[in-house]
Ligand binder design. Structure first.
Ligand code: SF4
Length: 201
């Protein structure tokens, strides 16, 4: 499974293709307060195991993969009730329309479906910041968009590093800002009027 795309990097891809490239292709890593807080909040759910809660089994840290899509990774939890499986991810932020989170969850569900041979209708994301669960339905549109994102991310591995995105808020929250230098690179790019992909030199 060496060249299977890890599910977590799909989240990075949707957040910013350059971040995906820096992390996954070049192996760059850096912490900031968001990363450290996320790791801290995950500390209680990082244990593999099965918990019984009334009529539900909770499979924590469930390893899944898809040979069709060439992705693999770990789902934070899968809740199993009679006739129903619900994949669950924990995120530190607030509930909103985070497509990156939806893609990661949907890709995990596609893996589970392939492994188990049954359809999964929806998953849930627990957002620590407002302590609420968001239900994410795996619609045909979300499934198609997730598969497209997987294909694009896998193809990006063999291309030049993408240019920085034009999104100040995302860049200010990004732990790789000091490595990526988005504002400086974009300034230079606008002066030189270069193409959307970085020059290999
Ligand atoms: S700083 Fe901005 S452009 Fe650079 S990797 Fe992070 S989000 Fe992407």
């Amino acid at each position: 499974m060496e060249d299977y795309l890890p599910l977590a990097y799909l989240n990075a891809w949707e957040y910013c293709p350059r971040r995906f490239y820096l992390e996954y292709v070049l192996g760059e890593m850096a912490d900031n307060e968001h990363i450290i807080l996320g790791r801290h909040l995950h500390r209680n759910i990082n244990q593999e195991g099965v918990i019984q809660a009334e009529d539900m089994l909770i499979h924590q840290q469930q390893w899944v993969w898809s040979d069709r899509l060439l992705v693999s990774g770990v789902i934070d939890a899968v809740e199993e009730q009679p006739g129903q499986l619900v994949p669950l991810e924990y995120k530190k932020g607030k509930m909103a329309r985070h497509l990156s989170d939806h893609f990661q969850l949907c890709a995990a569900a596609l893996c589970l479906e392939e492994r188990l041979g049954r359809e999964i209708a929806y998953g849930e994301i627990f957002y620590h910041a407002n302590r609420r669960r968001q239900q994410v339905r795996f619609t045909p549109e979300l499934r198609a968009a997730t598969e497209a994102a997987i294909a694009q991310a896998r193809a990006a591995v063999y291309q030049f590093m993408p240019a920085p995105i034009q999104h100040r808020k995302k860049c200010q929250a990004c732990s790789l800002q000091a490595i990526c230098l988005p504002f400086e690179v974009n300034q230079l790019r606008s002066e030189k009027n270069v193409s959307t992909l970085c020059d290999p030199t």
